[in-house]
Design a protein around this ligand. Structure first.
Ligand code: SAH
Length: 370
């Protein structure tokens, strides 16, 4: 499922592809780097801002590419520490990109941990029972250029916050591919985009600070393990037995735990780094102490970090988060086994809270005209 825009975005080009296009026009070899420097480092917002390019070349760029394929329609800056950017693409599709500034104990907001959460699809085909993104199914894949554009939009927001200098994307601690969509179902565009994100001619962000989260597409996980750039992996487990996982994640029927767990092990052995197992706690669905014990065994077996996430309620879905005591009891089972565990309890800055919920609300408003 692809959208073909009138003009492809410049953010979808690589140094090589742009160099080849420019060479065909007889332009000198340094031009491609110069243009991408204007885009990513100097953050030109118009072709005319690229003042040291010949006028004819600027006109050609204008005829050939869109400079930015995503428009910021809403920046919901919450009272806590989250910025949710709602972006509109050229076909009217809406996607979300989230900036999370999670304060660490004892330090001010300036020294807080900063994470960016990006989307890879409009909607999602995985149909996880608890998730807002999948409610209306998959609309389409994002192109590599649209994925990259989200990060440039984050740069624009940061530049506006700190006008004295172009803020470096490197001042963020992590980029997580945990927004809308199943990243590994849009594999080629994902890798292309992350390559631009990482490249020194692009946004220069370290691959080891980029985490891709998957619902568990096993063959693609194994392919990802072979990628030279070495991205981190998080797996949405959410059920520690096939019975529980299949009830809430249809993907478990194709790739049950007997296939998923060896793939997690293979990934971490290939990389020599821990994989994260994400486990949303949903009341009376997966929050029993039996599930905790099974999760403990799995995480111990594959030597994974466990991230427990109290469920964020979604309008129209019946699921609830368990009470704090129950969350703690669950976490305690894992901690007692000396596993590496995090349990997030802050509401607003939950990364997963980003997942499809703002888009859903806006689309509903569009439909009802309110
Ligand atoms: N498709 C990928 C990445 C996007 S979802 C994946 O499944 O991993 C990012 C994370 O948010 C996943 O772990 C997902 O299960 C979780 N999530 C979705 N809806 C949520 C909700 N309402 N509350 C808490 N976490 C949620």
């Amino acid at each position: 499922m692809k959208f073909v825009p009138k003009k492809p975005p410049l953010t979808g080009e690589t140094l090589d592809s742009l160099t080849a296009l420019l060479a065909a026009r007889g332009e000198p070899a340094f031009r491609a780097k110069q243009i991408l420097g204007w885009l990513y480092k100097r953050r030109a917002r118009s072709w005319d801002a690229m003042t040291d390019l010949p006028k004819a070349l600027r006109s050609w760029l204008d005829e050939t590419f869109s400079l930015m394929p995503a428009t910021l329609v809403l920046n919901r800056h919450s009272a806590d520490v989250t910025d949710k950017l709602l972006l509109e693409l050229e076909d009217g599709s809406l996607i979300e990109t989230v900036i999370i500034r999670a304060p660490q104990e004892g330090v001010g907001l300036d020294r807080s941990r900063k994470t960016i959460c990006i989307s890879t699809q409009v909607g999602c085909a995985m149909a996880c029972a608890f998730c807002a993104s999948g409610l209306a199914g998959l609309k389409r894949d994002l192109s590599a250029g649209e994925i990259v554009a989200q990060l440039l939009q984050v740069c624009y927001c940061e530049d506006a916050r700190t006008p004295r200098a172009k803020a470096e994307l490197a001042s963020f601690d992590n980029i997580v591919v945990m927004g809308m969509g199943e990243p590994l179902a849009n594999y080629d565009a994902l890798i292309e985009a992350l390559t631009t994100l990482n490249a020194d001619w692009g946004l220069g962000f370290g691959a080891r600070r980029i985490t891709i989260s998957t619902s568990g597409l096993v063959p693609k996980m194994l392919k990802l393990a072979e990628e030279p750039l070495g991205f981190r992996l998080a797996v949405s487990l959410h059920g520690a037995t096939d019975e529980v996982r299949s009830r809430i994640m249809p993907v478990n029927k194709a790739y049950p735990l007997a296939k998923l767990i060896p793939a997690v092990r293979a990934f971490s052995e290939r990389h020599g780094r821990m994989v994260t197992l994400e486990f949303i706690l949903i009341e009376d669905v997966n929050d029993s102490l039996e599930q905790a014990a099974k999760l403990r065994d799995i995480a111990g077996d594959v030597h994974a970090h466990v991230n427990l996430i109290p469920y964020n309620t979604v309008d129209g879905l019946p699921w609830r988060r368990p009470g704090v005591e129950r969350q703690e009891a669950f976490a305690e089972v894992l901690r007692r086994a000396d596993l590496s565990v995090t349990l997030r309890r802050e509401k607003g800055h939950d990364i997963a809270a980003a997942c499809g919920q703002l888009r859903l609300k806006t689309e509903k408003k569009r439909e009802t005209g309110t």
